[in-house]
Structure formats: structure tokens, C-alpha cells
Ligand binder design. Structure first.
Ligand SMILES: Nc1ncnc2c1ncn2[C@@H]1O[C@H](COP(=O)(O)OP(=O)(O)OP(=O)(O)O)[C@@H](O)[C@H]1O
Length: 620
């Protein structure tokens, strides 16, 4: 709740809306005890008094009634009707939507066709028809406004529910023996409630306006009772001679609807978890760069990362995800980047092509040089031309990177035409050849399949084919085999190794599996708390790890046939990157740590074997 309020008030307009609406609601609630004239007390001798007249701050109307009093009572009524209509429409629409989306089939068909019929009538005409049948009156206006808004909620919620019911956690609930009612209550509803709240918060303003509209036409509140719409309706005839009688209720409607809408937008942004980590704005096309100067190039290489720093800034917190990483990748070389979850491997990889989402990501220092050319801060068009063509990515879960509604052949062809001026037929033929290259059986037929029709291993091969589509020089593979079983994993690794050798590809391979590293990588860099703590040729590093963290990490790996060896889990937890300790980040978990380790910066020392440790296990 605190986080929600923080996010809400970080959006200044939403905060303004909340304050204005809060004041109006408090005044409306307190109206019966405020020292006001009775709202319906007429005094024709005092007709159309101007604002700031004695005893009547806002003046009087055509019957001499105090406008301030009528405004407060009218606001109270309009707010109550607007909120009640939104609540009614929201609950009824959500109930219909959840049931239709969850049960699908005939229930969905019947209810949604009914909803379609309601939507086929012009909105206001339907409201007028309902009031005509029920008769004029505020309660009937409320019912009419609520009913015409039910389809909006029903359709929205039905769509969200239909998307949720096929998700794995709902299947798991079914498998665990839960009944429909329990699944609806504990699995579906919690996912739908934020959508209902968001839809309600953004429609309350409309409902207040619509009720005011019906009252304006004489179909809502009936004299002498005042709501904002009926006040406007009564003031219509004196619009020119006594404009304040219209301006007062009109300004209040404007204030209420504006503040409700601003607040509703803020609630929507604050409830949307995707917007929580960043300002409610569109992500930038490349990662934002706030770098003072680029460091001097120290070594040459195909891809060279020099003291790269990437942070996430969320409110006042700064997460130093990548904290001065240097790496070198030569043509045909495979470098492994290994470390515990959260050590900054993926953010390092994404920073290379400016793919870290901004906000909240910012590259604050260092350089990424491709053939000597610095890519940090490069124009978007240049990065776009390089992405996929010179540097391609393979991600862990191909199901989330492949478009579910397009055939894989078409997606591959699209990746090709994004960078190469070839026709559709040539791109399709090349797509089939790529599938063949990654050893997919019957590639021509498979090119016509959708991603969900392939097995996990095959999907990952498609991911590799996609990365190869434009003959890149470098592939950055972010845990491409983690989701696969060991046999498929071995096949995919063998394929990557073969492709590397046959095409001279350089590979940056991110993993937390030393077995994979030893199979594939020439060199390996170990990351901890956003920094490289050890680096060197794979065989040397595995045979004699120098950093205590590397040694402990290797000791965590179970060995087949290794007897009843005790698995040594590393005590403690990885550091929070928004609160890194001074000195060595591993010191709090290290049995060799001494005071000097906590005193200050420790350099990555060495030439071929490098280690960032004052008391290494072995001298590299
Ligand atoms: N959008 C974000 N907002 C805030 N912090 C983030 C965001 N993305 C990543 N981080 C933080 O950056 C740090 C590095 O994350 P990263 O994804 O690079 O870790 P990783 O080593 O690749 O882990 P894994 O092996 O689990 O993928 C983590 O502490 C993570 O919490």
C-alpha cells in the first residue's frame, strides 16, 4: 500500500487530482453539518444575486436559492450517483466478463452476443430509452448509466480472464484438484481485480458526466432536489443574464471530472507492475547514457567492454547492476560469463547493444567498442543497423521471444529482410536453409509451424537460426540451454560449437553452469555483485580457481560418480546491488576475508589470469 501511494504521488498530476478530489469529497461528506442555507429555501426577492453578495457567497438562482448550499448538496448527490453507478457497472460487468472468459464455449457465446446487442445501440440513446421505460428520477438515471456501461467492463474483463485461464498456474490449480469456484476466487480474481479497479477509476468521471447529462435533460434528479446536472439545466434560461448560475455547477463538474480522470490515470499507472520500476513513460529506443567521458581503449579486440557501468534508478534508489566490467572477445572465441543469479550477467549483455530498458536503466560509464568503435551513446539508427546484423542475441526462453501468432518461417524471413534487401521468396528460402543449418528435421514443413507446435529444444534451435539470420560476427547467448533437458542441452551446445568453428563466430555465453562453460568456452569471466572477480582460460581457472568465490561456486556443482561428496552451498546471500559493501562485495561471505578486504577498491590484477582478491586461493 505504501509503495502504491508513493508511486501514485510521484505522478504530480495524479497527486493534484487526489488532493482536489479529496477536498471535494470531504466537503460533500460534511455538507449536512456545514452552516449553509437550506438548499431548497426560496426567496424570490433575492433572485439572481451576484457572487460575493451578503450571506450568499456564490449568489442565488432564479428562485433566490443559495447557490453555495445547492452546489454542496448537488455535488454530494452527483458524486454518490457517479460512484454508485461505477460500482454497479463494474461489479456486474466484471462478473459477466469473468464467467464468460472462464467457462468459454456456449456461456461465453450467449453472454457476449447479449453484450454485443447492448453495444449496438448508441450509448446515450440506450440510456434515454431505459429512463423512458423506468420513468424520470435520479435512481432510474443511475440504473440507466450503470447498465449502458456494463458492456465496457464485461468485454474488458472477459478478455483478461480468457488470457489467464490458459496459463500454467491455473492448470496447476486444476491439477491440484481445486473446483471452479475456488480457482475463480483464488487464481483468477486476484489477477483481474487490478484491471477492474483501473477500469472503474477511469470511468467514474464519465458516469458523473452522463448522470449530469440525464439530469440536465430533466430525466435525472427532479425539482426541488439539486444535482449538478439539474442545476445546469435550470440555469440554462439565464445563461446570458446571470451566467454565474451556470458557471458555478459547470466549474464543479469540470473540477470533479478532471480530478477523477487525473487520479484514475495515476491509479492505473501505479497498479501496473510493468510501470512500477520506471516512470510511467514509453521506454526509450536505446539505453539512456549519462557518461562523463569514455575510458581510453586498453586492448584491441572484436568486442571490447571497458569498465562498463549500468545502473537502475528507481526513485531515490540506485541499483549498480554492472559496476565496471571489462571483457574482451576475439573472432572465433567463446567467452563464458558466469555467476550467481543477480550478479549482473544479463544486464552486461544487454548493455552491449543498448537494450537495457530506460527508464529505469542508465549506462553511467565505460565503453563498448566493436572493432574499435564506441557504441555507448551511438545514435539509435546506428545501433539498429548493428543489432542482429553484427551482434545477435539468443535468449533463455524462445517462447517469449518468438511471436506466437506468426509461422516461424515468416519470422525468420522478417529477421532477414530487416537487414538485407532480398525479396520475400528469397528470404523464405533462406529461412528454410537456416532451419536446416540448425538441424531441424524436415525444415520446409517446420517453417510453416507456429512456435507452440515445436518442442523446447526445437524452439531454441529456431532462436539460434534467428540469431544466425544475418551472418553476425558475434552471438550473445543468455542462458540459452537453461530451460532444456540435458540431452537436448548437449545437442544445442554441440550445434553452437560447430557453428562457431564453421562460421568463425565469437560467442559471449552467459550461464551459471560450470559444466556448460567447460564444454564450450575458451575463456571464462566470473561475475559477483556487478563486477568481474576472476577471469582466465577455462581449463586453468577450473583446475585452480584463485578467487574464494570461484572456488566456492565450483564446489557447489554436483559431480556424477563423485561419490558421497558433501555439496558446499555458499553461506549467506548475494549482496543487494543497491547497497553494496565497500571493498570486496564477497567479503561478508568469505572465510579468508580480513579488514583490508573491506577497506576500499580492489583491482582486477593479472594479465592472462586475472583475479580481484587480496588473499587469493592460488597465485595465478
Ligand atoms: N528493471 C530492473 N529494475 C531494477 N533492478 C534490476 C532490473 N533489471 C535487473 N535488475 C537488477 O540488476 C541486477 C543484475 O541483474 P541481471 O539480470 O543482470 O542478473 P543475472 O546475473 O543475469 O541473473 P540471472 O542469472 O538470474 O539471469 C540484479 O540485482 C537485478 O535485481
Amino acid at each position: 500500500m505504501r509503495l502504491f501511494l508513493q508511486l501514485l504521488f510521484r505522478n504530480r498530476l495524479a497527486g493534484f487530482g487526489a488532493v482536489v478530489l479529496g477536498v471535494i469529497v470531504v466537503l460533500a461528506v460534511l455538507t449536512p453539518i456545514l452552516p449553509l442555507h437550506p438548499p431548497n429555501e426560496t426567496n424570490t426577492a433575492n433572485r439572481f444575486l451576484r457572487p460575493l453578495s451578503e450571506g450568499h457567497w456564490l449568489g442565488t438562482d432564479h428562485l433566490g436559492r443559495d447557490l453555495m448550499s445547492r452546489l454542496m448538496w448537488g455535488t454530494r448527490l452527483s458524486l454518490a450517483v457517479g460512484f454508485a453507478a461505477a460500482l454497479f457497472a463494474g461489479l456486474a460487468g466484471a462478473a459477466i466478463g469473468v464467467l464468460a472468459g472462464y467457462f468459454g464455449g456456449r456461456i461465453d457465446n450467449v453472454t457476449m452476443r447479449g453484450i454485443d446487442m447492448l453495444m449496438a445501440f448508441p450509448y446515450i440513446l440506450l440510456a434515454l430509452a431505459i429512463v423512458a421505460v423506468l420513468g424520470p428520477g435520479l435512481m432510474n438515471a443511475l440504473i440507466a448509466v450503470a447498465v449502458v456501461n456494463i458492456p465496457f467492463f464485461a468485454r474488458n474483463i472477459r478478455g483478461v480472464t480468457a488470457g489467464i485461464v490458459h496459463r500454467e498456474f491455473v492448470d496447476a490449480a486444476r491439477l491440484s484438484g481445486m473446483g471452479n469456484a475456488r480457482i475463480l476466487w483464488s487464481e483468477v480474481l486476484p489477477n483481474v481485480v487490478p484491471v477492474i479497479v483501473i477500469a472503474m477509476s477511469t470511468t467514474i468521471g464519465w458516469m458523473i458526466l452522463e448522470t449530469a447529462g440525464l439530469s440536465f435533460l430533466g430525466l435525472g434528479s427532479q425539482p426541488p432536489q439539486a444535482d449538478l446536472g439539474s442545476m445546469l439545466g435550470e440555469a440554462r434560461s439565464a445563461l446570458i443574464t446571470a451566467p454565474h448560475t451556470s458557471i458555478v455547477p459547470g466549474a464543479m463538474i469540470l473540477l470533479i471530472v478532471m480530478s477523477v480522470n487525473l487520479l484514475g490515470d495515476g491509479v492505473r499507472d501505479a497498479l501496473d507492475p510493468r510501470l512500477r520500476s520506471g516512470a510511467p513513460s514509453r521506454p526509450e529506443a536505446t539505453t539512456r547514457v549519462e557518461r562523463a567521458t569514455a575510458p581510453e581503449a586498453t586492448e584491441s579486440g572484436l568486442l571490447r567492454l571497458d569498465r562498463l557501468e549500468t545502473q537502475f534508478r528507481i526513485g531515490k534508489r540506485v541499483y549498480r547492476a554492472v559496476n565496471g566490467v571489462s571483457l574482451n572477445l576475439s573472432p572465433g572465441e567463446c567467452v563464458g560469463l558466469i555467476g550467481e543469479s543477480g550478479s549482473g550477467k544479463s544486464v552486461t549483455a544487454l548493455s552491449v547493444m543498448g537494450l537495457v530498458a530506460s527508464p529505469p536503466g542508465v549506462i553511467t560509464g565505460g565503453a563498448v567498442r566493436l572493432d574499435g568503435q564506441d557504441l555507448i551513446g551511438a545514435p539509435y539508427e546506428m545501433l539498429r543497423a548493428l543489432r542482429g546484423r553484427r551482434v545477435a542475441y539468443i535468449f533463455q526462453d524462445p517462447l517469449s521471444t518468438l511471436h506466437p501468432l506468426y509461422r516461424i518461417g515468416d519470422q525468420l524471413a522478417e529477421a532477414i529482410t530487416a537487414h538485407q534487401p532480398v525479396g520475400r521468396a528469397a528470404a523464405r528460402a533462406r529461412a528454410v536453409r537456416l532451419l536446416e543449418d540448425v538441424r531441424i528435421p524436415n525444415p520446409a514443413a517446420r517453417a510453416r509451424a507456429f512456435p507452440h507446435e515445436l518442442s523446447g529444444g526445437m524452439r531454441q534451435r529456431v532462436g539460434i537460426a534467428m540469431a544466425l539470420a544475418n551472418d553476425p560476427d558475434i552471438i550473445i547467448a543468455d542462458e540459452p540451454t537453461t530451460a532444456l533437458d540435458v540431452t537436448v542441452q548437449a545437442q544445442v551446445l554441440a550445434l553452437l560449437d560447430e557453428l562457431r568453428r564453421s562460421r568463425g563466430l565469437a560467442i559471449l555465453f552467459i550461464t551459471h553452469d560450470f559444466g556448460v562453460v567447460s564444454q564450450l568456452c575458451d575463456r571464462v569471466a566470473v561475475m559477483y555483485g556487478g563486477r568481474v572477480v576472476e577471469e582466465g582460460p577455462t581449463t586453468d581457472l577450473l583446475a585452480a580457481p584463485a578467487h574464494p568465490y570461484t572456488r566456492r561456486l565450483i564446489a557447489c556443482v554436483p559431480e556424477l560418480g563423485g561419490g558421497r561428496r558433501r555439496l558446499a552451498a555458499i553461506p549467506g546471500l548475494p549482496p543487494a546491488v543497491d547497497d553494496l559493501p565497500p571493498g570486496c562485495a564477497f567479503a561478508p561471505r568469505c572465510e579468508r576475508a580480513q579488514d583490508a578486504c573491506r577497506a576500499g577498491e580492489i583491482a582486477l590484477a593479472g594479465k592472462v589470469r586475472k583475479v580481484r582478491c587480496l588473499f587469493p586461493e592460488t597465485t595465478p
